[in-house]
Design a protein around this ligand. Structure first.
Ligand code: BG6
Length: 472
């Protein structure tokens, strides 16, 4: 039996370009879909989108936490915590400002060279997401984003460009962030202005997903050819759900709920569309256009590992009256056995152990937790300290659950808690929803000095890493 975290376990933290970098129009960067999102509640921010940038409106990604100019200071703090890895994304529109440009933007490429050099200076391995909810806006305006098959070739060019450029620096890659979200949040996941009331909603969402599957396989192919010693994974939003009762109708509903999400990992990890999707497609009038060679590509170039985010679990009921929205992406009803975060996310460390086991049983390939954490309001004491014991408690319980899963036999590559330095919330655009070990002085309206300070959890996590998960 494995006793605990293996040697070489990748402890670190996770970020995404549009939520931390800022410098949204500097050094040749083009606009991306995330640059059009305002601060507000989920409905205002993610379902009432205008892609015109208007004067007088505050767009959180435009400055974010100014990581673009301050990354050296931040990386030094990550190194002080002992990070072995940092997961972040490349902003596609820094490299190809319009998405379909003939040549890449050298200044954008140089920025990531500098960032990766800075990380490697401290022995921090970059884990890089190619596309984290930040599609070049030009690809939406001109082509309709992922609804159009053309997006595949632009993505392939972009992926090959960054593989070539960073082949000596980056050995862990992820294709699309939370690929299973395209169906729930089409603007985030697919860069598409697609309303849930569109009669062809499902058709368009699954077609976009198919394009992303093909694009992902082409990226896997290119990655292995260009960087033979690299590993490339898929990334999905972890959506563990429980049936409300042992009533077989609830249990079946839950099977459907799980399949809905695991469909994406089934395709990318196993290399084929699972048979159950045929009935779903037929009953929902979905007919995917699949070109010759697509299925072979998907079959041949599956991803090497499965990365996922895990924040909470949900509950499924067969009774439609029961259903309401909880969390940001998960549909479900409340679980009387769990506590919730200030944003209503149901905290479930044991669920992480269950989920890790389910995924490993299903795919028998390494797993990587690339997001986890507690979004909470932090208070800065008069003496400048921040006592975020609630965050320490959340993370501790999840690390313990991971440890149990490793003892259960799960192969886990690493753990990168989300927003290791406070950053812009994806679902609301807020700054006050903080995840970090490092506090950033900035509020929801964009005011603040951007000064960085260490929270109590900073010292706690340093000990966790130093003891390889033994000192919690
Ligand atoms: C994940 C996303 O869904 O959740 C991140 O990949 C996001 O981009 C994270 O920030 C936490 O969500 P939120 O809405 O609290 O920022």
């Amino acid at each position: 039996m494995n006793k605990g975290f293996p040697k070489g376990f990748l402890w670190g933290g996770a970020l995404a370009a549009h939520q931390c970098e800022g410098a949204y129009n500097e050094d040749g960067k083009g606009l991306c879909t995330a640059d059009t999102l305002i601060c507000g509640n989920v409905m205002e921010r993610l379902f009432n989108i205008s892609t015109d940038i208007k004067d007088g409106i505050y767009y959180p990604s435009h400055e974010a936490i100014d990581f673009y100019h301050r990354y050296k200071e931040d990386v030094k703090l990550f190194a002080e915590m002992g990070f072995k890895t940092l997961r972040t994304s490349i902003a596609w529109s820094r490299i190809f400002p319009n998405g379909d440009d003939e040549t890449p933007n050298e200044k954008g490429l140089q920025f990531y060279d500098d960032l990766f050099d800075e990380l490697l200076k401290y022995d921090i391995k970059p884990v890089i997401t190619l596309s984290h909810y930040e599609l070049p806006l030009g690809l939406l305006n001109k082509y309709g984003a992922w609804s159009n098959r053309e997006a595949i070739k632009f993505f392939e060019t972009y992926a090959k460009t960054v593989f070539e450029r960073y082949k000596d620096k980056v050995k862990h890659w992820l294709t699309f962030n939370e690929i299973n979200v395209v169906k729930m949040m089409p603007y985030l996941g697919g860069g598409m202005l697609l309303s849930h009331t569109d009669p062809e909603f499902l058709q368009k969402a699954y077609q976009a997903a198919h394009h992303q599957f093909v694009a992902s396989s082409l990226a896997v192919k290119a990655c292995h050819e260009i960087i033979p010693d690299a590993k490339i994974g898929m990334m999905m939003a972890g959506m563990l759900s429980y049936p409300k009762t042992c009533n077989p109708n609830d249990v079946w509903k839950n099977v459907e709920m799980e399949r809905n999400s695991l469909f994406f990992s089934d395709v990318m990890m196993r290399g084929y569309y699972p048979s159950h999707i045929n009935r779903y497609f037929e009953e929902n009038n979905i007919s995917i256009e699949i070109e010759n060679g697509d299925l072979e590509l998907i079959k041949t170039y599956t991803t090497d590992f499965l990365a996922f985010s895990y924040y909470m679990s949900s509950v499924t009921s067969a009774d439609p009256e029961d259903n309401k929205m909880t969390g940001n992406f998960a549909m479900g009803i409340s679980n009387p056995y769990l506590e919730t975060s200030e944003w209503g996310w149901q905290i479930d460390p044991t669920g992480l152990r269950i989920y890790l086991n389910q995924l490993y049983d299903r795919y028998q390939k390494p797993l990587f937790i690339v997001e986890n954490g507690l979004g909470a309001v932090d208070t800065v004491n008069e003496d400048g300290t921040i006592e975020d014991d609630y965050r320490i408690d959340y993370l501790k319980q999840h690390v313990l659950a991971m440890k149990e899963a490793i003892k259960d036999g799960v192969e886990l590559l690493g753990y990168t808690p989300w927003g290791c330095i406070d950053l812009v919330s994806c679902s609301t655009g807020e700054m006050k929803k903080r995840y970090g070990f490092i506090y950033v002085d900035k509020d929801n309206e964009g005011n603040g000095t951007l000064k960085r300070s260490k929270k109590k959890s900073f010292y706690w996590y340093k000990d966790v890493i130093e003891s390889n998960g033994e000192k919690l």
